[in-house]
Design a protein around this ligand. Structure first.
Ligand code: ATP
Length: 304
């Protein structure tokens, strides 16, 4: 399978060479208190200036990996470094931000959009957490960047799912995080919002930031992710999307949870059309090649 790369990835890579890894995970094993080992000997390395998809079935260990990187659970073994520092140091230095899944957030908590974004500045403030002009400026710039300025005085619980996701992304931007972990940012958002989020992630990548994005939208992975980490209780494969996002690897990662349909003579040119999906936007293979909406592969529109 040949995949096209997102257009600006090569430029970002040239500007941010791989001397220091963005995230490096080595031999990480996580066992929960109930004795379940959710990740065993997991390892991968991703460079700065990149967007990496974290892909696997429900329960594969994606959130566990995020929690381990965020220092919320302590691995039983292994090592995690971020931008060349031990993870704990990088977290203390405010280099890492987490954009949660919607279900993890209590939306009834009465808080304004601008207050949520200001939380990204807490690590830059003193003990009293008194916002200074530069903190307000960072919040305003972040809201502007995600197109949510007009909503700044709204209660967060009153927003749509896509708007909430943009607010949490603004919090990461206000923090000026160099590494951003996003837990299913495309789930439940419409096409326009997905495109906005992708454009924003690409712009952040071009600034040298590192994005690790868990997703079930297989169809959008070759569209905007330079790299891919496949998870199933460990890291099955990791590397450039073109090398890792293969039918064989996907079948290993998803097993029976993956639907793969080949429609013979269904393409516009009479060739075969393959569809690989777990639940959300499917990955479309035309003549064995992944089709994206933007790779100029012609007349195949990836369905959404
Ligand atoms: N706090 C916990 N205590 C015990 N087991 C847990 C805990 N959190 C998760 N697990 C288990 O660890 C495994 C990995 O879960 P995890 O949430 O990391 O999966 P995931 O890949 O993020 O899934 P999803 O796609 O559904 O979000 C699962 O078997 C899950 O039941």
């Amino acid at each position: 399978m040949t995949l096209s790369f997102p257009r600006t990835a090569a430029r970002a890579r040239a500007r941010f060479p791989e001397t220091v890894a963005g995230i490096e995970v080595e031999g990480v094993t996580v066992t929960y208190r109930n004795g379940l080992t959710a990740l065993r000997d997991a390892g991968f390395r991703i460079p700065p200036g990149s967007i990496t998809a974290l892909v696997g079935v429900n329960g594969a260990g994606k959130s566990t990996l995020f929690k381990a990187i965020m220092g919320l659970i302590r691995p039983r073994g292994g090592r995690i470094s971020i931008l060349g520092r031990p993870a704990a140091q990088a977290l203390k230095a405010n280099l890492v931000a987490y954009v949660p899944q919607s279900e993890e957030v209590d939306w009834t908590f009465p808080v304004l959009v601008e207050d949520v974004v200001m939380m990204g500045r807490y690590g830059h403030m003193g003990l009293m957490r008194r916002a200074r002009p530069r903190d307000h400026a960072a919040v305003a710039a972040a809201l502007d960047r995600v197109g949510m300025t007009a909503f700044r005085r709204r209660q967060i619980g009153e927003l749509s799912g896509g708007q909430k996701k943009r607010v949490f992304l603004a919090r990461a931007i206000a923090q000026d995080a160099r590494v951003i972990l996003l837990d299913e940012p495309m789930t439940g958002v419409d096409v326009g919002t997905e495109d906005q989020i992708i454009a924003l992630l690409e712009a952040l990548r071009d600034e040298g930031r590192v994005m690790l994005v868990s997703t079930h939208n297989l169809g959008s992975v070759p569209e905007f992710c330079d790299r891919c980490v496949l998870v199933k209780g460990t890291v099955l494969a990791a590397g450039p999307t073109a090398e890792v996002f293969t039918r064989r690897n996907l079948e290993a990662a998803f097993g029976g949870a993956l639907r793969h349909v080949v429609l013979e003579a269904a393409g516009a040119d009479g060739g075969s059309l393959g569809v690989i999906t777990d639940d959300e936007r499917p990955l479309l293979l035309r003549g064995g090649r992944a089709a994206t909406r933007r790779d100029g592969s012609g007349d195949v529109e990836v369905p959404r």
